[in-house]
Design a protein around this ligand. Structure first.
Ligand SMILES: Nc1nc2c(c(=O)[nH]1)N[C@H]1C(S)=C(S)[C@@H](COP(=O)(O)O)O[C@H]1N2
Ligand SMILES: [Mo]
Length: 315
């Protein structure tokens, strides 16, 4: 369990399960004769990729302390500045062409390569995880992502010893994405992680949500989910993954480094310069709930930051 269920606003796990995925999981368990879904996953790498990739089996190691946010809320309140700054960016994001789509892996690696998203999915397989997402703007959601651990991509890339950071880049196409015509933004969108963060089990590459391929406004066809960090670290529509020696300069640092730093770990005790981070509005509800350190994932990730106490870890 990620978070002990001890607060009034927390709810039983059965309610945190959307019906379609819940039924799918029961079918899975029924066929497994006593095996847990996790054990089935472990014993059958690539399981989801052998048949239809969606919905993928859920990895039961990642559970929630709250209800899954219905898609009608999470899919209609997005940040995707390539298509405008409105939260209702969904219709504009329909202009995103997601096929064909390849991802370049380059920099300090054994051998640079480029791979189609479908090939990548077939190679590594898919699983579903329930993750929380906390935007720096103090709204949050909880969703079933489909994807694979970023560590699997690291294993394919075989970083060289000089690689210290992973740099992610979104597509650049002003004709397709009107937001990229706004010249004061440092396009393309760039994000970065240390190699240790990227190799952490929670760092997840996402190709689907709610048991199906990613709708465009969520950052199709391939994005990242980093549930212990503010949402802007979870870069969408990735075309390039580079292994580098220096800390990459990110999109939001380029825009306003005093407000949006490299680390951006969630911490209710460190306010944004313009607002409190103590609590969050849960999309689709009228609730505000307390924000937790590392968004509730501290037990897993705090160790990543030992010895880095002098850094601005929570901005
Ligand atoms: N390329 C790109 N990635 C991005 C963004 C963006 O504007 N462009 N917005 C970020 C922010 S601020 C958040 S909160 C999440 C939002 O993800 P969602 O729309 O799927 O909820 O995506 C992040 N990744
Ligand atoms: Mo965000």
């Amino acid at each position: 369990m990620l978070i002990k269920r001890s607060r009034g606003w927390e709810i039983p796990e059965s309610r945190a399960t959307p019906e379609s995925v819940f039924l799918n999981r029961r079918a899975l368990l029924g066929g497994a004769a006593g095996l847990t879904a996790g054990a089935m996953l472990a014993g059958r790498p690539g399981f989801a990729a052998e048949g239809a990739p969606y919905p993928a089996p859920r990895n039961e190691a990642y559970l929630l302390d709250r209800a899954v946010t219905p898609e009608r809320y999470s899919g209609d309140y997005n940040n995707f500045y390539e298509f405008g700054t409105s939260k209702s960016v969904m219709p504009a994001a329909e202009a995103l062409r997601t096929s064909p789509w390849t991802v370049k892996v380059d920099g300090l690696v054994e051998k640079p390569f480029e791979i189609g998203v479908d090939d990548l999915v077939r190679k590594v397989g898919l699983e579903e995880r329930l993750y929380r997402h906390r935007c720096v703007e103090a709204w949050s959601m909880a969703v079933p992502w489909t994807g694979f651990p970023l560590s699997k991509l690291l294993a394919l890339a075989k970083p060289a010893s000089g690689a210290k950071y992973v740099r992610f880049e979104t597509f650049l196409d002003k004709a397709m994405a009107p937001g990229q015509r706004a010249f004061f933004y440092p396009w393309p969108y760039v994000e970065g992680l240390t190699l240790a963060e990227a190799g952490h089990d929670l760092a997840f590459v996402v190709t689907g949500i709610y048991g199906k391929p990613l709708p465009k406004q969520f950052g199709a066809p391939i994005r990242i989910a980093l549930p212990w960090k503010y949402g802007f670290k979870s870069i969408k529509s990735i075309t390039k993954v580079s292994f580098v020696a220096e800390r990459p300069k990110t999109f939001w640092e380029g825009l306003q480094s005093s407000e949006y730093g490299f680390w951006a770990n969630v911490n209710p005790a460190v306010p944004h310069p313009r607002w409190s981070q103590a609590s969050e509005r849960v999309l689709g509800t009228d609730q505000r709930v307390p924000t937790l350190i590392y968004n509730g994932y501290g037990e897993q990730v705090a160790g990543l930051y030992k010895g880095l106490e002098k850094e601005r870890l929570f901005v």
